[in-house]
Design a protein around this ligand. Structure first.
Ligand code: NDP
Length: 446
């Protein structure tokens, strides 16, 4: 429920952003937790900080023309939402997926502002992307698309201005093409203008693993707070991209067993535990579908019907995309003995799913907190670039683990302080909000 004092704020947001459902969903979830904050600090209401926070500082929408290998011309739409720079340069990934539209990029950018604040690092929030589908495209086509995209975007970027990274459909290959074009246009080797780079040319150790590893570190802390561990737990990780693969890797290292993962065509069930080397070969080397995994592993079955969430598991990590876990899925999981849900993807659980987990007493780690390891390690990449240094894997992983522990503890302390003990959603929203709001108050009307 949104507090009476904040209802008009929400109505205003909805009326000013018609048909942007994901953005409404993300802002609503935050407003539902800010009632106790404005009761304690009416100065935020007076200064209209929440309205300011919900309005991006700048929105850039642009045409991206490119030609495929047959010479046919395609026109895509590019976006960069520079949402909030109160705490540092805009920071957030680029998503290349046919579903990308303004409402999706705005929801991602809004979430990013809070997430980045929670890391405690000096980064503002932004997000971008294009409705381009890299699936099935040759390397040359992806390169031409990335070059055209950057030919417009470069003028808005800078180490102290706006620093993009990867997201769905944007991995090291795409970051390489994007950075190469930036370097060519500007004639500057400005490493810290983009993160997620290969470690061969300015990237950070652990950045590839960071979001998945970070989500598992967060889960480990959530369970530890209940005097429990991941050791021996049966888990499901949805998706089979960057976040999913490294969540599976860290879960296996910590003694858990992942029995299922998915892609947009279906899911695989492998009761013996996912063979990670095979999964990496299929998804990242061969760039194939999960059916290829099932064909090469006798213990696994591939399912195109039904949901991966119909399987029983104790701890689950939705790591594919927004709204992939519905209320019905949540009921199934709770009924099947699930004790914790940790969001690796951004907003993968629908609002009613989150409510069902809350009512059933299932621990719930929201994306803003649980998947902040990726952007936190991006900020560590910027630090290394600024000092022309590169850190060892173990040292960087240790920094990531400490950041995740801090985020976890901040969420718990803040939730208790604002009257909702153990509610990580409240803890993450309120702690993130306070850090950004205080900086905005200090800067005045800018
Ligand atoms: P990838 O592109 O590497 O992988 C995405 C995975 O999700 C793929 O397996 C893909 O399957 C699946 N997927 C995508 N869209 C859909 C859909 N509509 N329905 C079902 N499955 C889908 O992306 P990432 O792993 O990087 O990102 C996953 C999530 O994590 C996103 O929500 C992203 O915003 C979030 N995230 C990522 C961070 C990062 O560092 N990469 C940082 C923080 C959050 P298929 O191949 O069939 O499309």
């Amino acid at each position: 429920m949104i507090d009476e004092k904040l209802k008009s704020v929400y109505h205003d947001i909805v009326s000013r952003s018609a048909a942007q459902e994901e953005f409404h969903q993300a802002t609503r979830e935050v407003l539902e937790t800010l009632g106790p904050v404005v009761a304690k600090h009416p100065e935020y209401l007076h200064a209209r900080i929440i309205q300011m926070l919900a309005e991006p500082e700048r929105q850039i929408i642009f045409r991206v023309p490119w030609a495929d290998d047959t010479g046919q011309v395609h026109i895509n739409r590019g976006f960069r939402i520079e949402f909030n720079s109160a705490l540092g340069p805009y920071k957030g990934g680029l998503r290349f997926h046919p579903s990308v539209n303004l409402g999706i990029v705005k929801f991602l950018g809004f979430e990013q502002v809070f997430k980045n604040a929670l890391t405690g690092l000096p980064i503002g929030g932004g997000k971008g992307g294009a409705d381009f589908d890299p699936k099935g495209r040759s390397d040359a086509e992806v390169m031409r698309f990335c070059q055209s995209f950057m030919t417009e975007l470069y003028r808005h970027l800078g180490e102290y201005t706006d620093v993009p990274a990867g997201d769905i459909g944007v991995g090291t290959r795409e970051i390489g093409y994007l950075f190469g074009q930036y370097k060519r246009i500007t004639n500057r080797y400005e490493s810290a203008v983009i993160t997620g780079k290969s470690t061969e040319w300015g990237g950070s150790q652990v950045r590839t693993e960071a979001t998945g590893y970070g989500a598992v570190f967060f889960a480990k802390e959530m369970l530890a707070a209940q005097r429990n561990t991941l050791d021996g737990k049966e888990c499901i990780v949805s998706g089979s991209g960057n976040v999913a693969i490294y969540a599976i890797e860290k879960l296996h290292q910590l003694g858990a067993r992942v029995i299922a993962c998915s892609d947009s065509d279906g899911y695989i069930h492998d009761p013996d535990g996912i063979d990670l080397d095979l999964l990496k070969q299929v998804k990242t080397v061969d760039r194939q579908r999960l059916t290829a995994y099932a064909e090469q592993r006798s213990s696994a079955t591939h399912h195109t019907l039904g949901s991966v969430w119909s399987l029983p598991a104790e701890v689950v990590f939705p790591c594919a995309t927004q709204n992939e876990l519905s209320g019905k899925d949540a009921l199934n999981l709770a009924k099947n003995g699930c004790i914790a849900v940790v969001e690796g993807a951004n907003m993968p659980c629908t609002a009613d799913a989150v409510e069902i987990f809350r009512e059933a007493g299932v621990l719930f780690g929201p994306a803003k907190a649980a998947n902040a390891g990726g952007v936190a390690t991006s900020a560590l990449e910027m630090q290394q670039n600024a000092s022309r240094d590169s850190w060892e894997f173990g040292y960087t992983e240790d920094r990531l683990a400490k950041i995740m522990t801090n985020i976890h503890d901040t969420c718990l302390t803040t939730a208790a302080e604002y009257g909702r003990p153990d509610d990580y959603v409240t803890g993450a929203n309120v702690a993130g909000f306070l850090r950004v709001a205080d900086a905005m108050m200090a800067f005045g009307l800018v």
